[in-house]
Write a protein that binds this ligand. Structure first.
Ligand code: ADP
Length: 255
């Protein structure tokens, strides 16, 4: 059976007036349905380029990206949910208006989708805040609203691009816990790009380590913790956490 998502020998080269920049080379990895994969690597190695390829903003120069065995762009039912570094909620809309903005833009504000938005907002404690403006919510609640805005569009794959980097450290830990639990409860498949190794180990089922530019996959590390219900916060206190962190750290240092 084909993988849910597969990057097969993917390469990408930027062409500009100043010449060529080879950003990615021979990138191969797979993502299973429901899996949470983190991509880590040094700054400038090509992580954002990788996300842009998965979003379809860029087209791979070599290789191919397959969804259930078929090239991404041949799927009309493949939808990406993107969570950026800033929550990008609009102050001139209330929380309900923000959550349903994507549905409105895509002309999918059907009764069924509106009741799905309501269900998610109720389930994750946002319904009572539906009439308030984003500035009246805490950083954590704003991130939750941003995630639900993405989930109402029923994405096949969630891309998280350093989604907690604008938050202070303490908030970041609890928001990561919160977002992780929503993603798992909704059985979503997610790819997280981060430079924070602790964040990657605590949240991901598997960490893909990229080399310096042009990025190739140096190693994949599966992170399993023996606990009944995993949460990123609990994972940080587990025995294996430090070992996984050190393993990834060493791979990054040895290139
Ligand atoms: P990361 O997200 O890991 O920091 P990027 O994917 O942003 O890395 O960039 C990878 C490399 O490609 C960098 O060397 C960057 O300078 C280069 N790059 C990114 N965007 C462009 C562009 N539009 N034109 C030329 N080079 C680019």
């Amino acid at each position: 059976m084909p993988s849910f998502l597969e990057c097969r020998d993917v390469g990408y080269t930027y062409h500009s007036l100043n010449g060529e920049t080879n950003a990615l080379e021979h990138i191969s990895f797979t993502v299973d349905e429901g899996e949470f994969v983190a991509i880590v690597g040094p700054s400038g190695c090509g992580k954002t380029t990788m996300l842009s390829l998965l979003c379809g903003q860029l087209t791979e120069s070599t290789g191919e990206i397959l969804f259930r065995g078929k090239p991404l762009r041949e799927h009309i039912d493949f939808h990406i949910g993107y969570m950026p570094q800033q929550d990008q909620l609009f102050e001139w809309r209330n929380i309900y208006g923000n959550v349903t903005l994507g549905l409105e833009i895509q002309k999918k504000l059907t009764e069924e989708n509106q009741s799905y938005a309501r269900k998610l907002m109720e389930e994750y404690g946002l319904w009572e805040f539906r009439h308030v403006r984003p500035s009246q919510l805490s950083g954590g609640m704003r991130q939750r609203a941003a995630l639900i805005r993405t989930l109402v569009l029923r994405p096949s794959l969630l891309l998280l691009d350093e989604p907690f980097s604008a938050l202070d450290y303490q908030t970041r830990l609890s928001v990561a816990d919160d977002i992780y639990q929503i993603i798992k409860k909704e059985h979503k498949t997610a790819i997280l790009v981060t430079h924070d190794l602790s964040e990657a180990v605590s949240m991901a089922d598997r960490v893909v380590i990229l080399s310096k530019r042009p990025a190739t996959v140096l190693k994949e590390v599966e992170t399993t913790f023996e606990m009944e219900q995993r949460t990123p916060m609990k994972a940080r206190n587990m025995a294996g956490f430090k070992e996984y962190f050190n393993e990834i750290w060493e791979v990054l240092q040895c290139q």
